[in-house]
Structures are given as C-alpha cells and as structure tokens.
Write a protein of this length. Structure first.
Length: 255
C-alpha cells in the first residue's frame, strides 16, 4: 500500500431545518482527513498526535476512548464481517483546538486496495458524552450514492429519535481537491426534516496550513459549541418542540 499524507480541509458546515419551523445557518470550519494506516507505519511531523498542541488529534476522542483508534476501527470491521478493507482507512474529523474536543460526527472511510470505498463508519457524538456508530455499505458511496440508516441515537432535543438518515459522500482529488459529506434526516412519514453538510477544500497538512486555519478560527471547537447553543435558543424561541433525551440504544452500532 502506498503511504498517504494527512490532509487539511477548510470550508463551511451547513445546517438547514425544514420542519416544523424553517431555520438555517452556516459556519466556517476546518477538519482533518487522516490516513490512519499510513500514520501507523510512518507518523507525520505536522500532526500533533496524543500530545498537547493548539491543534491536535487524540485517539481517545474516538471509538472506545482507547489509545489506538485505528485498532478499534479494524476490530469493529472484523466483528461485523466487513471483509476486503485491505487499503487505506481515512478518518475525517474535527481536531482538538486549545485542548477542547467537539466531534458531532466523524467519518471512517474504509478502502479496498485499489482505492475504492468498501464501507463508511459514521461515528456520532452528542453533547451528553454518548456516541454511536452507523455502518454504511454499498457500491458507489464515494461517488455520491445514497446510503440510509434508521436514526436510533439522540443528538438534538429538537428532533425525536425516529426517521431515517440519508448519507452521501463526494471526494475529488487533484489540483482542486475537495470533499463533502451530506446527512439529511427524514421522519417516519418521509417528510424532510433536516439537511446538513460538511464540506471543504483539501490541502496537505503542513505547519503553515495548520497555522492559517488556527489563526482564522483560534477557538474552533468552543465556537461550534457556542453556536449550537445559540441556535438552540433561537429554535426554542420559534416554538420548535423540545424532546427529552431517551436512553441510548443498547447496541453501540447499527446499520
């Protein structure tokens, strides 16, 4: 397997609520796209991993909070019978910034040796410290084909734990490298409730690129949390119904 380099993505996070009240916002963001198997063989000096830095990546922020997030991912794939992941495993996630981590969703792109996408793990965290993984499979995932999963995990008090997610992924390589992940939510009646996306232009993760991103958003994670609470207040003022948090699902993974 050819060793890959970590990438940095910079672009907007978009969130649009369609029902029962219209509400939309867009915030600037940056994220990491990490070739986890390549980093196992050859760490990258531009990535502060499991150590203090203004922008860093910590394995314990993923999976079962262990010291090796890739080992967790590989064990999960084996346990679920997902074969053929003999290429790179890319992790798209928000970094820790100023020691603070907030990772509402991270994506594990699990490739075959030829670079085609075998599966995606959508690792979702809520603000109560809980997490859940949706396992997505299907041909054409990397080219925008839709994968669906039933919503079983509480994320927002303004959305019941019901309905179906629709996931779509696009990734373009080359001089104008770019990636986008879309997650839409429909209710049990098929009515569109939410449309969300994380998108960004990609560039090699280098110290200058990381400094530019950090200087543009020096409190990235904290500001994401603050904006979530601000928009929650606006939804409440608009009269959007509030739902109490249910117990988490008994299984940590669903399809």
């Amino acid at each position: 397997m050819e060793l890959k380099r970590p990438l940095l993505g910079r672009g907007p996070v978009r969130h649009r609520r369609l029902w029962p009240r219209a509400h939309a916002f867009e915030v600037p963001s940056f994220f990491l796209l990490l070739p986890m198997r390549s980093l196992r063989l050859q760490p990258d000096q531009a990535l502060a991993r499991n150590r203090a830095a203004w922008v860093s990546f910590h394995d314990a922020d993923h999976g079962e909070s262990g010291p090796d997030a890739l080992a967790w991912c590989e064990a999960l794939l084996a346990r679920e019978g997902v074969e053929g992941v003999d290429g790179e495993i890319w992790l798209q996630c928000f970094p820790r910034v100023a020691g603070h981590a907030f990772k509402p969703v991270s994506f594990w792109f699990c490739e075959r040796r030829d670079g085609s996408l075998r599966a995606v793990l959508a690792e979702v965290h809520n603000t109560f410290g809980e997490r859940h993984v949706y396992l997505l499979k299907g041909e054409g995932l990397a080219r925008g084909a839709e994968a669906q999963a039933r919503k079983v995990f509480h994320v927002s008090p303004f959305a019941e734990v019901q309905g179906r997610y629709r996931f779509r992924f696009h990734r373009r390589v080359g001089a104008d490298a770019r990636c986008i992940a879309r997650i839409d939510l429909d209710d049990d009646q098929g009515r569109a409730l939410l449309q969300t996306s994380i998108a960004g232009q990609l560039e090699p993760l280098t110290p200058p690129a990381l400094r530019r991103a950090a200087l543009a958003q020096p409190l990235h994670s904290l500001m994401l949390v603050a904006r979530i609470h601000w928009h929650a207040l606006r939804l409440w003022l608009k009269g959007v119904p509030w739902f109490s948090k249910p117990l988490p699902p008994p299984q940590a993974l669903s399809r």
